[in-house]
Design a protein around this ligand. Sequence first.
Ligand SMILES: *Cc1c(COP(=O)(O)O)cnc(C)c1O
Length: 394
Amino acid sequence: MSTATGRHFLQIPGPSNTPLPVLAAIAKPTIDHRGPEFRDLALDVLTRVRTVFGSAEPVVIYPASGTGAWEAALVNTLSPGDLVLMAETGWFATLWQRMATKLGLETEFLATDWRRGAPADAIEARLREDKGHRIKAVAVVHNETSTGCVTDIAAVRRALDRASHPALLLVDTISSLASIEYRHDEWGVDVTVAGSQKGLMLPPGLSFNAVSQKARKAAETARLPRSFWDWEDMIAINAKGFFPYTPSTNLLQGLKVALDLLEGEGWPAVFARHQRAGEATRRAVRHWGFEVQCADPTAESPVLTAVRLPEGHSADRFRQIVLERSNMSLGNGLGPLADRVFRIGHLGDFHDGLVAGVIAAVELGLTQAGIPHQSGGIQAALASLAGNAGPVAS
Ligand SMILES: *Cc1c(COP(=O)(O)O)cnc(C)c1O
């Protein structure tokens, strides 16, 4: 039996905490997905969600986790044996690459040390070599949730442009959308993949493809089998406010309220709040004497911080102690980072005080776990939060 007391702190980098008004909207009675109330809801969220992607083009919403939207991006645009250029930024990039292979695509996987974003220079060099345009798509992860490193998507776009290469650009924003500024149209992204349970503050269960005209054109001749994921079936009937199969009606009710909350706060404030949290968390980590997994200061994530514990200390044992003593869930290390790092999520529904509470609980846990560190990380974080918060409204 659990003896946990106090409110649970869900500080993994997704799923993130869901605000009470969103939970209340999801708990409303299920409605007729072919009726007028649903039509009004669908037309509203399908239109407003485009702004979140920075796109004027259609956004397709699936009743699926982010993995489904990964598959949708590939099967709508590519044919068996097509070559996809990907970058091994971490665990999620690896899973997407494995999926591409399973679907019958060929991949080239540019290696990194899992401590930086996708290398735009190497992408450009590889595209320049590809005179015959065998590479049909470049696929990268915007915020690599296993490492806490962000890829500069505008730089990847420039790599394609400088190489004058016609490949499609596919981007996974599952853990960045609505937390880090993103511009699907301006950056010339062809398919943007996203999910509901991270920056959008919903429970898991919705995922998204924002789709360019070039991507829809590619879909006309793409031959990978697809049915459930087919964009055109969706887009055609979405225009009338309906879906080709039963959508997640209650999650869409929640999405409407989540968009109300985020738009009410204002996108610049939302992005600044995440940056402030990332900065404060890294200050604390460095004060404790630890390294963050991201080794490129220009790529540090506003969404999560992956913390490298000193050699000989188990990150999983540490997380267990924090869960038992402070009722707080921290993210585990993934793939080769298992037990080496723990991840602090600072995304979705939070404020400066919650960030401070999380850092305090981590520092407490370090003492309780007997992991040597310099105390006072929490003070460093508080100073950072106070310094970055701007003047208090009078
Ligand atoms: C969470 C995540 C995924 C996987 O999404 P699911 O909803 O678990 O299927 C993929 N990519 C990134 C970057 C993620 O953070």
